[in-house]
Design a protein around this ligand. Structure first.
Ligand code: GUN
Ligand code: ZN
Length: 418
């Protein structure tokens, strides 16, 4: 199968006329110029189409797709009023359908891979992952959420009873056996220090030590009230980051969502452990959690990915998350004091790299989110105004994104219909 169009090979430059040949699930060839006469008309696209790689989202919650827009609350009351009731539904049989809706929403926005949270229900989480893996082309690093306090009883029951089992039942922590497919990975997701006792965190740490290479996902230092509560809940810990470190949860496969309010010492520790911070700019604004300092994290040597954080973030569309990242940096720049260091505002091309290659590489998927021979054939064929096909193409897409621009989706070499 051949797809023809302007190829956005470098987001800092104008897309170039060319074509992509797909062989089974892979890109076999990427060429500039006209497709060979035997391939005209092409199966997909045409001279006026724009071809871009699919996106990767480094943080989202499958059960929260229907919880977007419950505004006016700070993180902890928002979890109580908006999130926990939605997650309870997974324990009452809604998991598979809800996960499929979430997965299709991501795919419709052009996202081929996500790092995701499920709920604390082991069976619901297993059904959700089996459903998404068997019925959609979405890649995932996803896990059952661990939590044993500060939430409604039905969300805590499984971890509270499991806490009496030593060692923990593997089927609870890993609802789906990790097979050979690196596109579908089960992670360990202790929700955050507020909803996990020290014992539960230690059990997750034990699991990770026993299963090296396990991905860990958790939340860190999102709101100030949360940080205050963690200080009270873990009086012996040096700081919030230290709570996870003591449990053995900071590895180079740990995704730490938010990480807004950190000391230099905490950032240095995250850099030393090679853990990854997932910046979720739209979510941080929605919950008024704070303005993440991307420059400071990078200067400390920390690797940073970008996430939608559905449902605190309203948008599954990664170009809109990229836009939110640029806007947060602009707000920081406009509101900085004269004595503060200047703020680097990411260019659209840099933001585009984040939602494609950078996110993919950080999640261990260096075979996707790029238009290259040998990569997984995960790309979108768009219909855009001809005036967009200039060196501002990435900016135009970021600021004008709409899934209606997508004429065809190709995921793992197959045309996907929304
Ligand atoms: N911290 C703990 N759980 C959550 C969640 O579901 N969403 C966000 N934004 N922060 C959290
Ligand atoms: Zn989250």
């Amino acid at each position: 199968m051949i797809a023809q169009g302007r190829l956005l090979l470098d987001p800092a430059r104008a897309p170039e006329p060319g074509w992509v040949r797909v062989d089974q699930s892979r890109i076999a060839e990427v060429r500039l110029g006209e497709p060979p006469p035997s391939e005209r008309p092409p199966a997909l696209g045409g001279p006026d189409a724009l071809i871009i790689t699919a996106f990767v989202d480094a943080h989202c919650h499958f059960p929260q797709t229907d919880s977007v827009g419950i505004d006016g609350l700070e993180l902890l009351p928002w979890l109580e009023k908006a999130v926990f009731p939605a997650e309870s539904w997974w324990g009452r049989g809604g998991a598979r359908a809800s996960a499929l809706t979430a997965a299709r929403r991501h795919l419709r926005q052009g996202t081929v891979g996500v790092a995701a949270y499920l709920t604390s229900h082991a069976e619901g989480s297993r059904e959700a992952l089996v459903g998404v893996a068997s019925q959609t082309p979405l890649r995932f690093i996803a896990g059952r959420v661990g939590m044993d306090r500060h939430a409604p009883e039905d969300l805590l029951a499984e971890d509270r009873s499991r806490a009496r089992l030593t060692p923990p039942a593997p089927c609870v922590l890993a609802p789906l056996a990790n097979g050979e497919d690196p596109r579908r990975v089960v992670s360990a997701n202790p929700r955050f220090a507020v909803s996990c006792s020290e014992e539960l965190l230690a059990e997750f740490g034990w699991w990770v030590r026993e299963h090296p290479g396990t991905w860990v996902q958790t939340h860190l230092s999102e709101s100030r009230a949360e940080c205050d509560l963690v200080r009270r809940l873990f009086p012996g810990a040096p700081h919030y980051t230290g709570v996870y470190d003591r449990a053995g949860l900071l590895t180079e496969r740990t995704l730490l969502a938010h990480a807004i309010h950190l000391s230099d010492e905490e950032l240095a520790l995250i850099a030393q452990r090679r853990s990854i911070i997932v910046h979720c700019p739209a979510a941080n604004t929605f919950l008024q959690a704070g303005l993440f300092d991307l420059d400071r994290a990078r200067a400390a040597g920390v690797r940073v990915a970008l996430g939608s954080d559905i449902a605190a973030g309203a948008d599954a569309a990664m170009p809109r998350v990229a836009r939110a990242m640029i806007e947060v940096a602009k707000v920081r720049s406009m509101t900085r004091r004269p004595t503060d260091p200047p703020v680097h505002v990411p260019t659209p091309a840099e933001a585009w790299d984040m939602i494609t290659r950078v996110n993919a590489d950080l999640l261990g998927w260096n075979d996707t989110a790029r238009l290259e021979a040998g990569a997984s054939a995960d790309f979108l064929v768009l219909s855009v105004p001809p005036t967009w096909l200039d060196e501002h193409a990435a900016g135009r897409l970021i600021y004008n994104w709409d899934a209606d621009l997508v004429r065809s989706y190709v995921y793992a070499g197959q045309v996907w219909k929304p």
